[in-house]
Design a protein around this ligand. Sequence first.
Ligand SMILES: [Zn+2]
Length: 170
Amino acid sequence: MPMVTRDALSKVAKIIGGENAVKIIEVLSQNDEMTEEEIVAKTGIKINEARKILYKLYEHSIVGLRRTRDKDTGWFIFYWRVQMDQVEGFIISQKKRVLEKLENRLEYEKDHDFYYCHTPGCRRVTFEEATENLFRCPVCHKPLIHYDNSKIIAALSKKIERIKSELKNE
Ligand SMILES: [Zn+2]
């Protein structure tokens, strides 16, 4: 399995928790483990916000958690760390989701004949919708002309191939 790059790690953090998650992951990945107080001190993010983000990352297994009890106060201390191996898994499952969506879209494009009035702001309609509307645009009422979607099909196919080859290399 290839190493997760810093860039990929930041992207994953951003998807899950936004810019503050990127900051947290950045400081966490430079240390073995950190307490919430240390994270707050290094990032300047408020404790409640930091906690919220940490638990979001935790739900996706991007960070792990160890807790010990403070001998003096009896309170729990949480130590957080980045789980690099889980990051890789997250990236792969995201790619699979995107792939599935693209494949569904491609199938839809291949299975349908589209008609379009070529008015900006109007949308394409399927053959079924076009016949229902007597080949007039349901929005602007201009005549509907057959729409060649071969470019869309080619672009989708290209994207699908790229993701498939990336997944093969994971
Ligand atoms: Zn129209």
